[in-house]
Design a protein around this ligand. Structure first.
Ligand SMILES: Nc1ncnc2c1ncn2[C@@H]1O[C@H](COP(=O)(O)OP(=O)(O)OP(=O)(O)O)[C@@H](O)[C@H]1O
Length: 247
């Protein structure tokens, strides 16, 4: 099957640091790919390059064979990308539901000011409720975000990404900071979303959950490609074990 998203020959430099060196990867329609590697391997930089937040020294990034490398982030969102962040950043003065409605409205008008004016429309409300139900936090819809614990905020982050109706969901450490029970339950939710057809690329350090829910792993180490393939097979590779555990 053809790749829905590909990144070829990605090199990113921050001053004197080469964060990514000639990295290439692709994800197929409906696939659940986890991007793993030790701290500083370049995982977040790769996702930020794909979404246009980081400017590469070299890269060719395509969605469905369409070159997007020179497009601004909002155009890439329109073409189907959504990225959740490791550090959640909801609008604290809004309720849980309003945050998702705002995201749903932003996809339509692509302007924060207009989105604020637009966001009380009933179609956005209906959509937003469906996404809150999908991530199991509909019961918190009218609570101010500022009163919600991290476990709810991590789920809200996923709902906000779904609200822009992406073709490809990019998740940056969705399980970080959660206890093992919360992590396992959110991993189940993310897996279900992927099984319903969402192409998913996830950065995650929680290897037991990664192994449990991913179709394929892609491993980076020190800015370079290290391995990819079946999760259990990849984790058996000596160079992957060395990257994680040291020699
Ligand atoms: N904005 C930036 N300015 C300067 N250096 C940066 C910037 N962003 C990332 N780096 C550096 O690039 C390298 C890769 O960082 P990146 O955050 O992509 O790694 P990561 O694999 O996501 O790590 P972690 O698992 O710890 O989040 C690191 O050396 C980091 O310090």
């Amino acid at each position: 099957m053809a790749a829905i998203l590909s990144a070829e020959a990605v090199t990113v430099r921050f001053g004197g640091i080469t964060a990514l060196k000639d990295v290439s990867f692709e994800v197929k329609q409906g696939e659940f790919l986890s991007l793993i590697g030790p701290n500083g391997a370049g995982k977040t930089t790769l996702l930020k390059t794909i979404t246009g937040i980081v400017k590469p020294a070299n890269a060719s990034i395509k969605i469905n064979d369409r070159e997007i490398t020179k497009l601004p982030t909002h155009s890439r969102i329109r073409l189907g990308l959504a990225l959740t962040h490791q550090i959640v950043s909801p609008f604290k003065s809004m309720t849980v539901l309003q945050n998702v409605m705002f995201a749903a409205g932003y996809k339509k008008v692509r302007n924060i000011g207009l989105s604020i004016l637009n966001f009380s429309r009933s179609s956005e409300k209906k959509d937003a409720m469906a996404f809150l139900e999908m991530v199991d936090i509909a019961q918190y819809k009218n609570f101010p975000v500022s009163t919600m614990p991290l476990g709810i905020l991590k789920r809200l982050e996923v709902a906000r990404a779904l609200a822009i109706k992406p073709k490809i969901l990019l998740l940056d450490e969705p399980l970080a900071g959660l206890n093992s029970q919360e992590a396992s339950r959110l991993a189940d939710t993310i897996k279900l979303i992927s099984q319903n057809g969402m192409t998913t690329v996830m950065i995650e350090h929680n290897l037991s959950e990664v192994l449990r829910i991913s179709d394929r792993l892609y491993v980076l180490d020190n800015g370079k490609y290290l391995a990819s393939g079946n999760p259990k097979e990849v984790m058996k590779q000596p160079e992957v074990r060395t990257a994680y555990l040291g020699s």
